[in-house]
Ligand binder design. Structure first.
Ligand code: NDP
Length: 369
């Protein structure tokens, strides 16, 4: 595609904004009214805590069913998103800029001194807009941080399904596309099945809501995690049976480590005496889990996620680096994040953390890093 065409494809049409408006309105209304387990968040510095309604799985399944019916009745085209990928990307980018400027302005005006809404201003506008100034800003009673991450994960699946529809319509559906779609759908459904685990993750508990997080949720997750699907629309790599089996194996191991580690930590936080791998847990200073995956490496969950990311790209073969964008980006992000998290934990847990590091010397990959 030449530059002129590319720029033209990036200009958002009113249809793109209408798609985004419909999607966010649906997410806000359905997320508020349909039932779901209400999960208490972590206790904040001022002693307060938020409550999250974890109904993402139901919201997503209902959305897919509604879109499927609308497509069957010819109200919408199933390829409406894949046909407008670039303009939807720029429309979402614009939306992220507008939303975060509004968040910055609203945060500056806030007189609230509670942990969730207290503005943290450094005086550097770019820094404050990028990292955000409030921990848990709300809009019409909706916690925006939880809302945006959910929208990003849902958006990823909707984009993938539209790309799948395009490849079926073009009669280019390949084994690689089926594998990629299958792994992603399992990952996304699993994410929503265990949505309550999100409430104790770094993004939700520690990160303020600024451009970095909003852009990451709304633009980065759905549009960059789906690159493999877009790439497979125009490429058909040949896969051997052995490589397909190896690919499934990487996915399975990645999933077991990722889900197992996150689940162990979540269970431990709720009940520090709950058995890990059938044995009483090894606990340091009464606060840190040092058995199960958390006794293998201090961020085994990142290792699992990296293997999963790799498994989403392996169906594309090794002829091009483009489909490997996601695992490479994730590797950089998780190493950076792990460093920031370790610094936070060292400050929070002091000598207990030092003891944990001595007992479990590996950060992510045992005997390597
Ligand atoms: P973690 O879920 O690992 O949370 C880190 C926190 O867990 C620490 O700050 C500390 O918090 C607590 N903790 C750390 N070690 C221990 C221990 N041994 N025992 C008890 N508590 C401990 O990190 P993230 O929130 O970054 O990641 C969650 C998941 O999300 C991961 O699987 C990650 O791979 C995934 N992720 C995926 C991304 C993607 O783009 N695909 C991006 C970012 C994350 P506390 O103060 O509460 O004790």
């Amino acid at each position: 595609m030449d530059l002129g065409l590319l720029l033209h494809a990036l200009i958002p049409s009113s249809t793109s904004f209408a798609i985004l408006a419909a999607f966010f309105t649906y997410s806000a209304i359905v997320g508020t009214i349909i039932p779901g387990k209400v999960v208490p968040g972590v206790i904040l510095q001022d002693g307060s805590r938020l409550h999250y309604r974890c109904n993402g799985l139901l919201s997503l399944l209902l959305l897919v069913a509604l879109l499927g019916m609308a497509a069957k009745m010819d109200y919408i085209s199933p390829t409406v998103i894949s046909d407008r990928g670039l303009e939807l990307l720029s429309a979402t980018f614009l939306l992220s800029c507008i939303v975060t400027l509004a968040l910055y302005a609203a945060g500056c005006k806030s007189r609230n001194q509670g942990s969730s809404l207290k503005p943290h201003l450094t005086g550097n506008l770019i820094h404050d807009w990028w990292f955000g100034i409030q921990l848990n800003p709300q809009f019409m009673g909706i916690d925006l941080k939880f809302f945006f991450v959910r929208a990003g994960m849902m958006g990823w699946l909707i984009i993938n399904l539209s790309v799948l529809a395009r490849s079926i319509q073009d009669a280019t559906l390949s084994q690689s596309m089926i594998l990629y779609q299958l792994f992603c759908v399992l990952y996304i459904l699993d994410y929503f099945f265990y949505e309550e685990y999100m409430t104790s993750t770094w993004d939700i508990i520690a990160e303020r809501l600024g451009f970095m997080l909003v852009f990451g949720d709304l633009v980065w997750i759905p549009f960059s995690f789906s690159i493999q699907g877009w790439w497979l629309l125009n490429n058909k790599p040949e896969l051997t049976t052995a490589s397909v089996i190896a690919n499934c194996f990487v996915f399975l191991i990645g999933y077991l480590v990722f889900r197992g580690a996150n689940k162990q930590k979540h269970v431990f936080k709720k009940n520090p005496k709950a058995p890990i791998w059938g044995r009483p847990p090894k606990v340091i200073g009464g606060r840190l889990l040092a058995s199960g995956f958390w006794g293998v490496a201090r961020h085994c969950n990142y290792l699992g996620d990296l293997l999963l990311a790799l498994s989403f790209s392996l169906p594309c073969g090794i002829s091009s680096p483009i489909p490997y964008f996601y695992p490479i980006y994730l590797l950089i992000l998780l190493i950076w994040r792990e460093r920031r998290d370790e610094a936070r934990c060292a400050t929070k847990y002091k000598e207990v953390w030092a003891e944990y590091c001595k007992l479990v010397p590996w950060r992510i990959l045992p005997y390597f890093y």
